[in-house]
Design a protein. Sequence first.
Length: 97
Amino acid sequence: MDNKYELMVLVKAQLPQEEKETIFKQTADAVAKSGGKIINSQVWQEKQKLSFSIKKCREATFHLTKFEGPPDGIDKIRQIIRVNDGILRYLVSRIEA
């Protein structure tokens, strides 16, 4: 049985738009490779000032992806996202339906 999840990704705000789009596509591909199906994917906040510095960055673009997938696919998504240098932080949360 598939669960519903939200994936929030913080990307370096100073990256060019093309690189951000590439990162967003990579996260969508990670969801697909793990057996998930994307429900909605969008930029949540374009250039948000952070409360504290993350990897020497003070601003980030927040990208939110809602998807359905198997519970064992979350580790695969984390492995793919973890190696990307443009991603400052990420969080995968299960949504109670």
